[in-house]
Design a protein around this ligand. Structure first.
Ligand SMILES: [Zn+2]
Length: 509
């Protein structure tokens, strides 16, 4: 067993009391023999401060350590090796790397508070090393990214991955579909739901393999910078939060690294698409709140289902009340034929109903006419049938939801796919729940007795009390008075010069 002994005294004898070279050497030699050393080499720094690591004997010891010449390095006390913790750590690490033990003759160093502190420091150093490695890998990733190389080999829709060049190449077939989607929104100003419908109607394969297009897939394509030729690396930070769970947070934009990829659409088109998306969003919001006076009140006279807002025209600017069977995806995908009722322009019906009620208000003789409009008993059967249909559709959807979740558990669907599927189902369930409520209310109302003409006039007058209404005031007045508006379009004219004719029945609350 080869031992190295290191001893040191500084010039400041006062401070080094009890640390004479002889004392140190004696203790260290004794300890070396106790440890079973057969060869001992001594390194003596006489007159050197422990504050610096650059000492001749120490340097020579460290060089020999590199050659792994010793099994143990003995010093009298830690401060002989170095006075600064960082130096002590460096030397300790070198001893350890050389496969040797570090021992102190004067104290059982490991059990002193100083020793404990050393251990803690070593822990910190290990931690620091880990950080350094992590940082190096990130730097590698960043380096790769800044050289324009794609890191992930996940193949996005529209591209193939070239593993040799670490880059994406355009998949012309899929790229054509992407260009079509951008055309739909930019040139024809379609909304995402409409685009979905068009794509599905044309039988165009979706990124979800054999399944149909859904709004979220279209939206994702339209908002992905990939298609204008840029992907961002280092956009997200991932943290491990569980065994198989990672949390994803967006990094500040300054940290993102753009990587150029072949573009499928140009910048101008891409920006135009973003603008149109925002426009659609604003439009939808506006519609939802105010524009339609009777939204939620209209019933299809032909089949008894609710009628919902629908848009048409090249810019989707003309709105209609349309029978739900023609609009809701829960009907579209069922085997039932949609109802043939024609759509009714919202403007026409809104104005008609409002004017009619004003008239009723000013001319109570008309009340008798109104009373004849109350749905007769045969409608109750229709309502009940419709309600039963709703309940069945609801059950089917709940089952569908369970299937989706089961597939997810069996890893047949990704989290993203499940999310969009569930969102779709949730939306449909909400639709159905709303419709069920109206049908139930209607059935209850149909079996209860109706109000007297005087009461009706009072209700209408109470709400339509003023001359000039804002759209919002009109809407809340109508919603307060009316329970149902049952409508059927009866003319057969079409196109530009068409003159829609409608039959309307009103049910007051
Ligand atoms: Zn209908």
């Amino acid at each position: 067993m080869n031992a190295a002994i290191y001893v040191r005294v500084s010039t400041d004898q006062q401070a080094e009391k009890g640390y004479s070279i002889d004392t140190q050497l004696e203790a260290c030699r004794k300890y070396a023999l106790e440890l079973g050393a057969t060869n001992i080499e001594e390194f003596v720094d006489n007159g050197y401060s422990g504050a610096f690591i650059d000492r001749p004997a120490l340097t020579s010891l460290r060089e020999k350590l590199k050659k792994k010449l010793f099994d143990v390095v003995i010093a009298y006390a830690p401060d002989r090796l170095a006075r600064k913790t960082i130096h002590l750590l460096i030397i300790s690490e070198e001893i350890e790397k050389a496969g040797a033990l570090r021992k102190f003759a004067s104290v059982n160093f490991e059990s002193t508070s100083e020793g404990e502190l050393m251990y803690k420091f070593q822990g910190i150093v290990a931690e620091y090393e880990k950080e350094k490695i992590k940082e190096r890998t990130m730097r590698g990733k960043r380096g790769k990214a800044s050289k324009g190389l794609v890191i992930s080999n996940a193949k996005p829709f529209g591209y193939l991955f070239d593993p040799e060049k670490n880059t994406y190449v355009i998949n012309e077939l899929e790229a054509e579909i992407i260009r079509m989607i951008f055309d739909f929104i930019v040139k024809e100003e379609m909304g995402t739901a409409r685009i979905c419908k068009e794509l599905n109607a044309r039988g165009i394969p979706s990124p979800r393999k054999k399944k149909s297009w859904i709004v979220s897939s279209v939206h994702r394509i339209l908002t992905n910078t990939l298609y204008k030729g840029i992907i961002y690396s280092m956009k997200y930070r991932y943290e491990k939060i569980g065994l198989n769970q990672r949390k994803r947070t967006l990094r500040p934009e300054t940290e993102w690294i753009p990587i150029p990829v072949p573009a499928i659409v140009d910048e101008v088109t891409w920006q135009a698409a973003q603008k149109q998306l925002q426009k659609n969003k604003d439009f939808a919001k506006r519609n939802l709140r105010h524009d339609y006076l009777l939204n939620g009140l209209v019933t299809c006279a032909k089949c008894g289902r609710a009628m919902v807002i629908s848009h048409s025209g090249s810019k989707q600017l003309i709105s209609y009340y349309a029978c739900l069977s023609q609009k809701s995806s829960s009907y579209l995908y069922s085997d039932q034929e949609p109802c043939t009722a024609r759509q009714v322009p919202t403007k026409l019906l809104d104005e008609y109903v409002f004017d009619y009620l004003m008239e009723l208000c000013n001319n109570p003789a008309k009340i008798t006419e109104y009373l004849e409009c109350i749905p007769r008993n045969k409608d109750i059967d229709k309502q009940q049938a419709a309600l039963a249909q709703m309940i069945k559709a609801e059950k089917d959807l709940i089952q569908q939801k369970e299937t989706v979740l089961r597939w997810f558990r069996q890893k047949m669907l990704t989290e993203g796919e499940v999310e969009s599927q569930l969102k779709e189902i949730r939306g449909q369930l909400l639709d159905i729940a709303n419709m069920k409520k109206t049908y139930e209310a209607e059935l209850a109302a149909a079996s209860s007795s109706s109000s007297s003409p005087a009461e009706i006039v009072a209700t209408i007058r109470g709400n339509l009390y003023k001359e000039n209404f804002t759209v919002q005031e009109k809407r809340s007045a109508l919603q307060a008075i009316l329970d149902r508006v049952i409508v059927e379009r009866v003319d057969h004219t079409r196109g530009r010069g068409s003159r829609p004719e409608i039959h309307v029945q009103l049910k007051l609350k």
